[in-house]
Design a protein around this ligand. Structure first.
Ligand code: PMP
Length: 353
């Protein structure tokens, strides 16, 4: 740390992203990316940008109001345009939300690693509530506190869905509820339709997972127009051009292709169900997942399983903390990738017998 750094940096514990690696032949199942490419329309649009013959060349700033993308999302979700804000990945939208609403934040103890980090950066206090013994978020545990509630649904890294009734229970407390639906395309019910009826609900979503655009960094929030106004006040006080022209164009093209979106999601969900069954047959416990990953624990301890897979060029995620130390999180890749992981798992199990 330099001698010029602000005091708070000294004690800050930054978020640790999953490893990004491009070793040839690596089976990469550690950061919950979509194994399928973006929609063909996105790929065509990117080729177009590559030619530099477009109406909006890169020497111009992007549209700070993000008009076409906001219009596209508002129409897709059937909400007013003033109920949508967009940002550079949902990480940025979450950061804006903490800046705007995060005096005190309450979140699950086992959830997205950024929630406490943003707390340290932007808010006074973060209280982390343990999950139930079976790794669920119990809305009753959030009743008595004050402050903004933030939950991921489905939760990460557990994959468990708390159900729309759970979200409504949280909303009934009257405090602001931020629902992070980063994995909301793979089997859970979205809270977006509730946004018309509650002024204390902000739903945060991303193009990174279901829409195969993690490399582009596009996220958005849907909620009451006053909440969106607050988010935009922060955005325009921080970086009005946080979303670049190319990324916005890619996102718009992605939303246009509902058929491709549904087909890739179906493949992921089918692969997840088949894979969970195969793992259970090998003696693993697999938590019920509504996401593009599963959390599992088996005959080989979590860390050892992670390391032995890594030796075989297969990358999954291990979290060295209670109460998930015995578990690993495995992203659902293509069927072929999951077959490789299952073969390697059989070898590892045979070795440890
Ligand atoms: N929320 C959750 C629960 C996540 O796991 C992630 C991705 N790691 C994000 C938000 C951020 O996604 P992005 O910034 O790529 O939109």
């Amino acid at each position: 740390m330099s001698r010029f750094a602000k005091k708070f940096l000294e004690n800050m514990e930054p978020y640790t992203p999953g490893e990004q690696s491009d070793v040839p032949g690596l089976v990469k199942l550690n950061t919950n990316e979509n194994p399928y490419p973006p929609a063909p329309g996105v790929r065509r649009a990117m080729a177009y940008w590559g030619t530099f013959r477009t109406q909006k060349p890169l020497n111009r700033y992007p549209d700070p109001s993000c008009g076409p993308l906001i219009k596209t999302l508002a129409s897709y979700y059937n909400v007013e345009e003033n109920m949508v804000a967009v940002g550079n990945g949902s990480d940025e939208i979450l950061a804006f939300a903490y800046m705007a609403f995060g005096e005190k934040v309450i979140c699950p103890k086992i959830s997205y690693g950024f929630y406490p980090v943003f707390g340290e950066m932007f808010s006074g206090e973060v209280r982390e509530i343990p999950l139930t013994k079976d790794f669920r978020i119990d809305p009753d545990d959030y009743a008595d506190d004050e402050g903004t509630i933030i939950v991921a649904n489905p939760n990460a890294p557990t994959g468990r869905d708390m159900g729309i009734e759970g979200i409504e229970k949280l909303l009934s407390y009257g405090r602001l509820v931020i629902v992070d639906e980063a994995y909301g395309d793979m089997g859970s019910e979205s809270a977006v339709p509730l946004t018309g009826g509650y002024d204390n609900l902000l739903v945060v979503r991303t193009f990174s997972k279901g829409r195969s655009l993690a490399g582009m960094r596009v996220g958005y929030a849907i909620g009451h127009r006053e909440l969106i106004e607050d988010i935009n006040r922060i955005k325009f006080s921080f970086n009005p051009y946080s979303l670049d022209s190319v990324a916005m164009n890619a996102a718009v093209e992605s939303v246009k292709d509902e058929k491709y979106f549904r087909e890739t999601l179906d493949k992921i969900v089918r692969t997840r169900q088949w894979f969970a069954g195969e793992m259970e047959a090998l003696g693993f416990e697999v938590l019920p997942s509504a996401a593009n990953f599963v959390m599992t624990s088996g005959p080989v301890p979590g860390r050892e399983y992670f390391e032995k897979l890594r030796e075989r060029n297969i990358l999954i995620r291990y979290f060295d903390k209670d109460p998930i130390r015995d578990y690993v999180r495995i992203t659902i890749g293509t069927e072929d990738e999951m077959k490789k992981l299952l073969e390697a798992t059989k070898e590892i199990l045979n070795e440890s017998r």
